[in-house]
Design a binder for this molecule. Structure first.
Ligand code: P6P
Length: 347
């Protein structure tokens, strides 16, 4: 009788791999009480990711490059792909009865989905940056989608601003999609971080990075050095200390800065490292947004054994005061984030 079982055949004949769908189904079976509402959100994120990936991969060909001319609430020129990605994400969730509404970097205010026929009450809201780093698209640099899911505070009612102004500790899920040499969906539901790589041959997200942990080494530090004069003394002291490689921990540390948050974050998740977008002395704030950039990635970092701080406090503890609030952002290896905090607070 021939041996039947695991194969090394890369053509998937062995079917000994998990797809996003089988992973979600297995997870749902493990939580018998689950009604599958939450699983459907992850399925829909997978679908939206494939649609956006297809658009991003063909950006240069579909003549969608170039700015649309309008500017978003951040005062940034809206690339046409920003708009497309925002519409895909918004409509993905609009058609889900369990979603009460969304908040997006590309929307001035939150968008409440009025109750649909025969709907028994909302359960979740979703926040997202539909295409972070989009200013890099025409240079073919990796960009990403960042998303996170909150429970509605009043499941029986329409969603309100308070549903979005919850701290990251209230998140039930968070993740990102990186559109790079391959498209990867990385997310957590509070039980570790798992990465799925889109195989265009079969059109499926295949589990490729199960229970991802940040390696305990600072392979690189990632910061826009051009802003050095804008930093506070504590930040300058930390970056100079790392860069001078005085301690054994940083002797092999190099500098990498892509200028696309999801790409810089993803690299550090896989290789180990620290990313910083500190406040600058003039604005007193950072550039990155708490709700749909910093908090979702902070949850992923902590689930992978890392940490995320604003310098003053743990990012997940920060209660947003407005949808598009910016904060200083330091995220990566726990040891390095804690060293930053010590230097920042000692100044
Ligand atoms: P800077 C992209 O515009 C973005 O929002 C993030 O993806 C990225 O980390 C940051 O801004 C880069 O900002 O000022 O260094 O160009």
């Amino acid at each position: 009788m021939s041996e039947f079982g695991r194969t090394n055949d890369e053509s998937y004949l062995g079917l000994d791999f998990d797809t996003l769908e089988s992973y979600i189904a297995n997870e749902q079976q493990m939580h018998a009480h689950s009604r599958g509402l939450f699983s459907n959100i992850l399925r829909r994120v997978g679908l939206a990711s494939k649609i956006i990936s297809a658009k991003v991969q063909r950006a240069g060909l579909l003549d969608v490059l170039g700015t649309k001319g309008s500017v978003n609430v951040q005062g940034e020129e809206q690339m046409k792909l920003d708009d497309i990605a925002n519409e895909v994400m918004k409509r993905t969730f609009f058609w889900m009865p369990s979603i009460a509404g969304i908040a997006s970097e590309e929307e001035d205010d939150f968008v409440a989905f009025s109750k649909k026929e025969g709907h028994t009450g909302h359960r979740y809201t979703v926040v997202f940056d539909p295409l972070d780093g989009s200013s890099n698209i025409d240079a073919n640099v990796s960009v990403g989608t960042i998303f996170a899911v909150y429970r509605c505070l009043d499941p029986s009612g329409e969603c309100s601003l308070n549903d979005f102004l919850q701290p990251g500790t209230a998140l039930v899920a968070a993740g990102y999609v990186i559109y790079g040499s391959s498209t990867m969906l990385v997310f957590t539901t509070g039980h570790g971080v798992h990465g799925f790589t889109l195989d265009p041959e079969i059109g499926e997200f295949v589990l490729s990075h199960e229970n991802l942990k940040i390696p305990d080494r600072c392979k690189c530090f990632s910061v826009n050095a051009a802003n050095h004069n804008k930093w506070d003394e504590g930040t300058k002291r930390f970056v100079d200390y790392v860069r001078q490689r005085e301690s054994e921990r940083y002797q092999e540390t190099t500098s990498r800065y892509i200028g696309s948050l999801v790409a810089d974050f993803h690299r550090n998740m896989l290789y180990g490292g620290i990313f910083l977008y500190p406040k600058d002395i003039s604005s007193g704030k950072g550039k990155l947004r708490l709700l749909y950039e910093c908090a979702p990635l902070a949850l992923l970092a902590e689930q992978a054994g890392g940490a995320a701080s604003s310098g003053d406090q743990r990012v997940l503890d920060i209660v947003p005061t407005e949808l598009h609030q910016r904060i200083p952002y330091i995220v990566g290896n726990k040891r390095d984030v804690e060293l930053y905090e010590r230097m920042y607070r000692e100044q």
